[in-house]
Design a protein around this ligand. Structure first.
Ligand code: DGL
Length: 275
């Protein structure tokens, strides 16, 4: 029988954006085995209806259950916003960590003036998932949450236009509303946005940026440590993280984009069909 420590952690996203979350997981729990699933054939999820995102999320979860994972990380803010319950119901006894709660807690700890900005896809922003979670965690404390959908950031990041002048103009436009509201904390509520952190810092230098991937990785570390399922540091030097990649399509530029998100090269992904 496989011991809990030997089981992999399942991570899924609508595409390659979740690799920014995987990068944080490798940073905090490097000795774990990971199974990464990117639904690259059906990305983006961010402009789709709630029902369709739920259906896709269920299929991704079922795939990871088949892989005998010990924990599921929903490395997509859109799925975490509109379909977390579907993932939890499908996963049964397997614990699930989404992007919203860990980042909402971090945003509350960060804010001094109690004004928090959220940026994300249309689906994430219209769900008000971050606003609801922040207000529930804040109890009765007064906190103002201002949200802005930034749909153009996903294609810009995927095109590698991180330092392009047009990206700066678009970012200034999107962030102007949040600047006017004087937010002191900004949640990067989409997998692609940590790639644009430098630009956000230039436009809003006083603001503290919250990367949900980082905080969900810390939650995963805590959860596994508490349940005794954490793979402890090994004596031998870790040459390469242990990650299996599955995708529903291998698009052009896949390796280049994956490298941008992850910061290191990846093995050949295995193409699968979800249904
Ligand atoms: N992964 C998605 C998110 O974090 C962005 C890409 C998409 O729209 O599917 O919301």
């Amino acid at each position: 029988m496989v011991s809990p420590q030997e089981k992999p952690i399942g991570v899924f996203d609508s595409g390659i954006g979740g690799l920014s979350v995987l990068k944080q997981l490798v940073r905090f729990i490097p000795y774990e085995r990971f199974i990464y699933l990117g639904d690259t054939a059906r990305v983006p999820y961010g402009n789709r209806s709630v029902d369709i995102v739920k259906e896709y999320a269920k299929q991704c979860t079922e795939f990871l259950i088949e892989k005998n994972v010990k924990l599921i990380i929903v490395a997509c803010n859109t799925v975490s916003s509109v379909a977390l319950e579907t993932v939890i119901e499908t996963a049964g006894k397997i614990p699930v960590i989404g992007m919203i709660k860990p980042a909402a807690g971090a945003a509350l700890r960060s804010t001094v003036n109690k004004k928090i900005g959220i940026i994300g896809t249309r689906a994430t922003v219209s769900s008000n998932s971050y606003g609801k979670e922040i207000h529930s965690l804040a109890n009765n404390e007064q906190v103002d949450v201002f949200s802005q959908a930034c749909p153009l950031f996903v294609p810009l990041a995927e095109e590698g236009m991180i330092r392009h002048s047009s990206t700066k103009v678009i970012a200034e436009e999107y962030l102007s509303v949040l600047k006017e509201q004087n937010v002191d904390t900004l949640v990067l509520g989409c997998t692609h946005y940590p790639l644009l952190s430098q630009l956000f810092k230039e436009i809003m230098p006083e603001v503290n940026l919250i990367d949900p991937g980082e905080h969900s990785a810390v939650s995963a570390l805590r959860l596994l440590a508490e349940s005794g399922e954490l793979v402890e540091e090994k004596d031998e030097f870790l040459i390469k993280p242990n990650i299996e990649f599955y995708v529903t399509d291998v698009p052009a530029l896949f390796y280049e984009q994956a490298q941008n998100f992850l910061g290191f090269g990846i093995d050949e992904p295995i193409k699968i069909t979800l249904e």
